[in-house]
Design a protein around this ligand. Structure first.
Ligand code: GLY
Length: 563
């Protein structure tokens, strides 16, 4: 169930104003704003903006801060994507997705009969992809940053060295980890200086992480991919059954890629191209919805939910069939998938009264990654950053070298693990996303910037595995089609359909029993759940000189800070 942030009075801070609206909360800023899953990290990003840093500078500082304060997903041991639009309206992206190690193979998670060893692609050191985060932040800064690199890493070092006050959420994680039989690294991860698990409100110090961050501060990208950090990663891997080598680390490069572009009515959409599937799918779905006359379709009506679900079903089938790492799949039909003609064909094939059936002999897969994190930033000149990064599952592989103080991802689980085998449940075996050395695994992360009149209008993204694509898509529609303020757009009822398994997932409390009954009569298989998405957004209405931010109320430690 969603926890609703209720503010009973107007609350004024020196520079940030939080106003009640629709029972949720929005934050207003005139000069800049950071919205992230952790308020301490948002504050650090905003402090960089106040010092004269641009949106990229603030993004680098916020990301490193999240690696300290939000370790279940904020990271230096994982990877992600950044979409950047500068004040002149020029957009680009940075791809720092993890890569399969050189020693990986398409059959590495299979038994002798060729079947997937259940769970093996998400467990242990073989599930770790070559991390991309540090390279991605460094490349973003080299190309578009303005303040010195050291000034952007230092705040995270200070947090790690001086300690962060353990939030209720992290304290609960610490207790869960203590009581479970988790990997050794996580067993001691939340320990305080007395060797006991830190408690709610206690200062939690991460000395080893601070030391690793100092090397990154002093040597940039090489502080991670060369020298003592890289040597320790490789040695730890070798000693504990992992396959990442020094060569993998030395060779890793983040890449600048052209943003994938679409339009929705008078708005332009700038999103992440493959190896994210998010940008292509969001644009395909917006194009399909553009075919419908939403003026006459009420938000959250049966008609609307059915149309959304059928649109999602089609886009996820296309995703499964066609998308993967562009460096290994040179013939992906990206122009076709994002074209208006293709959307028209997809729309015309939707029966407005009856659910289609996802065909299990074709394509599909569900994997709802448990933890990823997104933040949105805008600076006083109107430069915008939308950044999503991840360890894949919450706390990734749960493994790290105690000497380095950070956790490795388990992103190899995002590859199609069993080539050629697709079923009606969880598995997909299509070619574009099978494991190959140095390939990037397909992602659903969908950091997106919607522009109006050539300027950033909506900066949006979310964690949530495959649900990311759909929650970002619906939030865009909520703002553009249903004129919702950003907080309401984020909190409004969301659904999720991903072709296979053939289920329409909805938020329990937000869909009426009547709507549920009619959808079932139309042939949908419904599955209620507590919450979809954890969106972090900023709206920049062109008519007013103000930025309006909101963090999803499902984020216990999240916060929008503007000034
Ligand atoms: N690991 C979640 C994603 O990349 O989609």
């Amino acid at each position: 169930m969603r926890t609703i942030k209720l503010l009973s009075t107007l609350v004024f801070f020196t520079a940030t104003i939080i106003l009640q609206s629709n029972g949720f909360s929005q934050t207003y800023g005139q000069n800049g704003m950071v919205v992230s899953d952790n308020t301490a990290a948002s504050k650090i990003g905003t402090a960089i903006l106040k010092k004269g840093g641009n949106a990229i500078d603030a993004a680098v500082a916020t990301a490193f801060a999240l690696a300290v304060t939000h370790p279940q997903a904020g990271n230096i041991g994982g990877g992600g994507f950044l979409v950047f639009m500068d004040a002149s309206g020029k957009a680009t992206t940075i791809d720092f997705r993890e890569k399969a190690p050189l020693l990986s193979s398409s059959t590495m998670f299979l038994d002798s009969t060729g079947a997937l060893i259940n769970g093996s692609n998400h467990q242990g050191l073989k599930s770790v992809g070559v991390p991309g985060t540090v390279a991605g932040l460094y490349l973003s800064h080299q190309k578009y940053g303005s303040l010195p690199w050291k000034d952007l890493v230092q705040p995270a070092i200070d947090l790690a060295e001086n300690g962060v006050v353990l939030s209720w959420t992290l304290a609960a994680h610490a207790q869960q980890i203590k009581s479970g039989s988790g990997p050794k690294f996580l067993k001691n991860y939340y320990n305080n200086s007395n060797g006991e698990v830190a408690k709610f409100g206690e200062l939690w110090v991460q000395k080893e992480l601070a030391n690793t961050l100092k090397l990154i501060r002093d040597h940039g990208k090489d502080g991670f991919y060369k020298g003592e950090v890289a040597k320790e990663i490789a040695a730890f891997m070798k000693a504990n059954g992992g396959i990442i080598t020094l060569e993998d680390l030395n060779k890793y490069e983040a890449l600048e890629r052209e943003a994938i572009k679409g339009t929705y009515k008078e708005y332009e959409i700038f999103a992440m191209p493959p190896p994210s599937s998010g940008g292509v799918a969001v644009i395909e779905m917006l194009n399909i919805m553009e075919q419908a006359n939403l003026d006459s379709i009420k938000f959250n009506s049966t008609e609307y939910v059915h149309l959304l679900a059928e649109t999602m079903r089609r886009a996820f089938a296309d995703r499964a069939e066609h998308l993967g790492d562009p460096d290994f799949n040179l013939d992906m039909p990206l122009n076709k998938l994002t074209s208006k003609d293709f959307a028209k064909m997809r729309y015309e094939n939707i029966d407005l009264n009856t659910a289609s059936v996802s065909d299990s002999s074709k394509f599909g897969q569900i994997y709802d990654g448990k933890s990823t994190t997104h933040f949105s930033i805008i600076d006083k000149n109107g430069n915008a950053v939308s950044l999503t990064f991840t360890l894949e599952q919450s706390y990734g592989s749960g493994i790290g070298s105690p000497d380095l103080g950070f956790i490795f991802n388990n992103e190899m689980g995002d590859f199609n693990p069993q080539p050629g085998y697709t079923n009606s449940g969880w598995l997909i075996g299509t070619n574009p996303n099978i494991i190959q050395p140095e390939k990037r695994m397909l992602s659903s992360m969908s950091p997106t910037i919607v522009a109006k009149n050539g300027k950033p209008y909506l900066i949006i993204g979310s964690p949530g595995g495959r649900t990311i694509i759909n929650t970002v898509f619906q939030t865009i529609l909520n703002v553009i089609e249903y004129d919702m303020p950003i907080d309401k757009a984020i909190e409004g009822m969301k659904i999720h359909h991903q072709w296979m398994p053939d289920r329409l997932v909805f938020e329990n409390d937000l869909m009426s029993p009547d709507t549920q009954r009619v959808l079932e009569q139309m042939g949908h298989v419904l599955q209620g759940r507590g919450n979809l998405g954890r969106l972090m957004g900023i709206l920049c209405p062109s008519e007013s000189n103000v930025y309006i931010g909101a963090s999803d109320s499902s984020s216990p430690d999240g916060g929008a800070i503007g000034y």
